[in-house]
Design a protein around this ligand. Sequence first.
Ligand SMILES: Nc1nc2c(ncn2[C@@H]2O[C@H](COP(=O)(O)OP(=O)(O)O)[C@@H](O)[C@H]2O)c(=O)[nH]1
Ligand SMILES: [Mg+2]
Length: 535
Amino acid sequence: MKCQKKSSCTIASSRPLQFLLGLFIASLLIWVSSKNRPTSSNAWIPGVPVRGGSTEGTTTATVSNDRLLDGLLLPDFDEQSCLSRYQSMLYRKASSYALSSYLISKLRTYEQLHKKCGPNTPLFQKSLQQLKSNHSTDQLECNYVLWSPLGGIGNRMLSLVSTFLYALLTNRVMLIQQAADISDLFCEPFPGSTWYIPPDFPIKNLEGYNIHSQNSYGYMVSHNLINDDPNSPPSALPPFVYVHLRYNYAQKDLHTRFFCESDQEVINKINWVLLKSDNYFVPGLFMIPKYEQELERMFPLKETVFHHLGRYLLHPSNSVWGLVMRFHNSYLAKTKERIGIQARIFLWAPISIDELYKQIVACTQQELILPEINPKQSLVPNEATTSAVLVASLHADFYERLKDMYYTHTTTTGEIISVYQPSHEEKQQFEQQLHNQKALAEIWLLSFSDVLVTTAASTFGYVSYSLAGIKPWFLVSSKDQKAPDPPCHRAVTIDVCFHSPPNLNCKTRSKADTGKLVRHVRHCEDFEDGVKLFD
Ligand SMILES: Nc1nc2c(ncn2[C@@H]2O[C@H](COP(=O)(O)OP(=O)(O)O)[C@@H](O)[C@H]2O)c(=O)[nH]1
Ligand SMILES: [Mg+2]
C-alpha cells in the first residue's frame, strides 16, 4: 500500500505495534458502530441512512411490525371500528425491543378477567353492591381500580399506562371515567367489554377528589382512620379508597405510603381503588419488593414498560386517526427521512422564542440531525434527497423560521429539507375535544419519526419517543431564560421520567432519595428531581 500522507507512513513504519493496535481498535469501533446501525428489518425504510444516531435497542431481537406486533395485540377486534390499532405499525419503525412471552400471557389473562368482571356483567353488579356497603370483603371475584383523567394529554397517557400496570400487578380490573377531557380520543382496548364506568356509577363527583380528600389512603393513614396493619381482615377496611398521586401528593398527609409494601398489603384487600394521577408512577411500583419478580418477568428490559404497554393500550380513535392520516399522506408519506421536533415552553423554565429557536438550530446542527445552510447559493442536484421535519408546538414561530431558513438557502449536504407543522394552538386548552384530538394526532405523527428532538421534561414529548422506541435528543431546560450549552443531550433509555417520586424510605418511614434506593431506579437525565428505570 502506498502512503498518501507523510505522517501516516511514519507512524505505520516506525511504530508497528502501536499501528496494529490502532488498526484493531479502529476495526472494533467500526464493528460496534455497524452493530448499532439499524438493520433493514428495523429501519423504517430499508437502506435509508438514519442521522443523529437514531438507532435503538439493547437487544438483537426485534418486534416485527406485523399487524399484531408479535402477539402484543389480539386479532379479535373489528378493524373498521379502530383503524389505528392495526395500522399504526405500518407507519412506525418496528420495535427494536424484545417482548417477553410472560407479558403477553399476562395481557391475555387480563383480557379474560376484564371480560368476566367488566361493566354490564353480573360480577360487576355484585361488586357495585359491595361498594355501597361500609366495608371490603374477600368474597368477591373482581376488584377494581378506577382511573380518572388529570392534566395534559401526555400526563393522562402516562398515568393511564401506570394505572394499567398497577392493575396487572394486583389483579384488579381497570376502569376509567368517561370525562370530557378523554372523549373520542382512544379506542376501547379490551375485547368484548368496555373500560368506561356506567353513567349511574355510585361514586359521583370524581372531579372533586384531591389531596385533601378524607377518603384518601394518605389522609386515613395520617389520621389513624384506617387499620394499616397488613394482617387486618378486609372486613375491617372500607369498600373503597382514594389514592392521590398527583404531582403534589408528597406535600401533605401520607400519600407517599402507597409505594410501601406493607401499605400495598392493606390496599390490596380493599375492593375498589379510585386513583388519580398525572404522573408516570411506574418507577414507584418497581420500589415495592412484592412486585419485583412479576415486573422482572414481564419486563426483562425495564426501559420498555411504557413502550410496550403504550403500544398495547393506547389506540387513537378514528377521528384522531383521520387527522394523523390526512397530515401524513399530504406531507410526510413520500419523504425518505422524518425528523420530529417538539418545542414546548414551560412557565417554570421560561425562555424567549428567539432563544429557543437558536437552541433548536444549535442542537440539530451540532448533532448532525439537520444540515447546515450553505452560505454560497448552489444549484440543487436533481437527485437531491428530501427529508421532512415535523414540528409540534403550540407556537408557529419555530416552524416558520426553520421553513424560511431551508427555503431561502441550499444546504451544505445538498439535501432538501421540508418543514411542516400540523397546528399551532397557541395555548393549552381544557375539555376541548378538537384541541385534545389535535394534540394526540401530533404525538402520533411524532412517533412515526426516525429521529426525535423533544423538550426536556415534556410529557407530550415523552409519549411520542417512548411509543416510537427512539432515544430522543432532549432540548435542555433553560437556565436564567437562556439555552444551556450544550443545547441538547441524548436520552439514555426509551422509558420516561416519574417527575414526583415519593422520596420515602418505607422501612424507616423517613425521607430518602428515591433515586438511590433500588438498583434500577435512578434520577432522570432531563429532570433532576425525577426518577426513571434503567437496565
Ligand atoms: N396540538 C398541540 N397541542 C399541544 C402541544 N404542546 C402542548 N399542547 C397542549 O398542551 C397540553 C400540554 O400537556 P402535556 O400533553 O401534558 O404536555 P407537557 O405540558 O409538555 O408535559 C397538551 O395536552 C395539549 O393540549 C403541541 O405541540 N401541539
Ligand atoms: Mg405534561
